[in-house]
Design a protein around this ligand. Sequence first.
Ligand SMILES: [Zn+2]
Length: 502
Amino acid sequence: MKNNMPLRLLNICRVSSNEQGEGYSLEAQNQANHEWAKRKGYTIVDTVQYIETASKQKERKRFREIIDRLRKDTTIDGAVFHKVDRACRNITDLAMLEALETEKNKQIFFATQEFPQNAAGRLSVGVMGVVARWYTDNLREEVNKGFRGKIEAGEYPHKPPYGYLTVKESKDSRLPTPDPEKVENVRTIFKLMATGQYSIDTLREELFKRGMYFSAKTRRWTRSHLARMLRHPFYIGKILWHGQIYEGKHEPIVSEKVWQKVQNVLDGRSNTKSLQKRSFTYGHGLIKCADCGYNVTAETHKKQYTYYICAQRRHTDHVEKPAWVPEQKIELQIVSLLEKLVLPKDIYDWVLEYLKRSSIQEVSDVENELKSLKRKISESQKTVDAILLRAAQAQDSLADGFMRLAQERQSEVTLLQHRFEQVKSGVQEDNGRPMKILELTQDLSRQYVTFKPPQKRQIANSVFSNLELNGVSLCADYRLPFAILAKNANRPVEYARQDSNL
Ligand SMILES: [Zn+2]
């Protein structure tokens, strides 16, 4: 960047299709970014606006194109976003922005959030990135919460398994109903299996012989179709969701007695490998062998102890013979890597203070909206009252018209009140969430052991990259922004920004 020239910036406005509400619209962002640039004396050379669609891939492609342009175009000194959460939807985004700053010497600004140009400032960008990330995850959780409510009420918000059709009960309720064309197939399959005379493979043959095809196109049943069907509690009226069984509202099509018999047959048959496949917490290629680069895989010994080892352990290109590492040992090392994310107290306090201040700002925005809604509600209510008074005084022939008008206006009031409640509950939910999230990161190492395997895997995957098993020790890199946390944790704070002075 040249000192005597105003910074030339790309103005980037980003909004997702479901949040084009007030304060977030592209136009509002665009205007705020322009005003900010004017105040700072910077030049906006171009504006890129985009609405995120449902397609994550398209969204990522678009973001990458913008980043690419910033990298290559030497006539642009940097970019301005409205807020950190507009810029970083996830950790990859943040990493790309970081790289722009460190590798290409571009400057990234956020029009509504000022960050001091020092270690703590950069750290808070990182933390805000974590916040943005957790917000997205929380949204998913909210959706899941909606699912949970439905499932607890016995409804099934997904596509039901083979043998059922989804019938619309009402506007937002669907009930799976037995499919008259397939229900007998399901019953026959269960009955045959319950005899104990078939394996999955011989059952496939039998079905084919009987002309009981999976579909007109795919005549043969696959092993996984059958394996999944025969284990599915949906057929006895139950719903399996996140490892728990709920009572469904739908009609069972297999008796519990037959279903249980089938389970016993399947359990007793140790050679039906496909059903015994267990999912290991740190399997799925999460960890690589440091020696040969292949995946680390797991095995269960004596039915309860899980050990991890290089999947290519017999290959000769190992310097040392790969070791069997107990899961416990892997987990302890992950926990100690997570402990490195704990910030020193002064930085923690600083970031917390920052988050508090920015959330107060947002709360005051919302309070303004609440005030204006309240005013609108009371004005509209007065109008309704006036119309009702007119109706009471009017002749019969006119009274009906006034009553209709009053009703219309009354429904407007109801809508406004609804909006008011929504905004109000939004404040209570959101207020303090970023702080909680920061606390959560700080507490992650202690919480970690209480999580279920899929959560553990998700966390390990989002915090670390290049997890490698070297002998019995686990090595890892931190992904951004955790890398920033780990770098700053338990270390003296450098307050000077160490970049080149041109
Ligand atoms: Zn290996």
